[in-house]
Design a protein around this ligand. Structure first.
Ligand code: ZN
Length: 339
């Protein structure tokens, strides 16, 4: 078994370990074929996010079930192609016991608080695996996490047809969220400083995009919304904008959703938030909507083709991570094959 293990910030080592056996029939072994690098992985690699080391990095992967217990009772069988969920509910807190795993109080993230997937083989609890339709390529299926998280955001927002939804950050999550908002008949307004990414979104029929390098972008949103500003605002934790911008964009009695796993916020204008009677909701994980997300990708309600920019091989991982470290928030999907 080969795994890329982070020993300390910026030091990734390829470890070869003896093959592990499955010891419980709730678990199966997966041969990982394709993995993707997330912004969080990059921030863990560079030391911006602290993790217990050594740890195997990575939380997004697609593979094939290579081994099950002889008395396997799972619906998944050897040879099934699957995507691995990157968030692992604790199973013990109040919400887990009530069956509301998306609300878990001690949610683990693979490659952050528990071992990750940058490995040729991994042993996984079957509840974290979802079958992929035959016709769907690995390079598409691997986006299911972003779609599932975007579905969680749409649920929390209580989106209504005709709602203006400002999406602050056109990252991979922002990219799929804008398409989902449109699918559910909201009016998506994608906001970013990356002109290429906004142009790609315009190609996915997102009619309203705003580039924050232009001085009048907030005035333009006032114009789009008839002066009322947005009923819903989504502030992605990786946005380079300030949270006060989210308050400015949100109309009276609107809702702001904070979305992302590892937030860091500065002080914000609570007086303005209160005066406008703005409601706040939060989404921190992709738990709960994977089957729906895979269906959204299969039926092309969400298109991710424009996001895939580079694919490389497993052996190149350390040098690629090092090269990407100076700017973790470039919004491209970097995937690699694991042989
Ligand atoms: Zn829990």
């Amino acid at each position: 078994m080969k795994s890329y293990t982070l020993q300390k910030p910026k030091k990734l080592v390829l470890e070869t370990l003896p093959s592990q056996a499955i010891t419980s029939k709730e678990f199966v072994k997966v041969k990982i074929d394709l993995a993707a690098i997330t912004t969080t992985d990059l921030k863990i690699f560079s030391g911006k996010y602290k993790v217990p080391t050594p740890i195997t990095l990575g939380r997004q992967a697609v593979g094939v079930i290579s081994e099950v217990m002889p008395d396997n009772v799972n619906f998944l069988q050897k040879g099934d192609r699957v995507i691995i969920e990157g968030f692992l509910p604790c199973g013990e807190c109040y919400f887990c016991k009530m069956g509301e795993k998306q609300k878990c109080e001690n949610m683990h993230m693979l490659g952050y608080s528990t071992e990750g997937v940058f490995s040729d083989f991994t042993i996984v609890h079957q509840s974290l695996l979802h079958p992929i339709p035959d016709q769907m390529p690995d390079t598409t299926a691997i986006f299911a996490e972003y779609v599932s998280m975007a579905l969680n955001i749409v649920d929390k927002l209580n989106l209504k047809p005709g709602d203006h939804v400002a999406i602050m950050g056109a990252s991979k999550l922002g990219y799929v969220l804008a398409q989902l908002v449109t699918y559910y008949q909201g009016i998506a307004i994608a906001i970013d400083d990356n002109a290429d990414q906004l142009e790609k979104l315009a190609g996915e029929n997102i009619n309203y995009t705003q580039n924050t390098t232009k001085a009048n972008w907030k005035d333009n949103i006032s114009g789009i919304t008839g002066g009322r500003m947005c009923e819903k605002v989504v502030f992605l934790t990786e946005s380079k904008l300030h949270f006060n911008d989210a308050i400015d964009l949100c109309g009276k009695n609107g809702t702001i959703c904070l979305a992302g796993f590892l937030p860091t916020y500065e002080k914000c204008d609570l007086t303005k938030l209160h005066r406008r009677q703005i409601s706040m909701v939060s989404v921190r994980n992709s738990q709960g909507n994977f089957p729906a997300a895979i269906n959204m990708l299969a039926t092309k309600k969400v298109n991710v083709k424009g996001m895939v920019t580079e694919t490389f091989r497993f052996a190149e991982l350390p040098e690629k991570l090092m090269a990407m470290t100076p700017d973790e928030t470039k919004y491209t999907s970097i995937q690699f094959r694991i042989d």
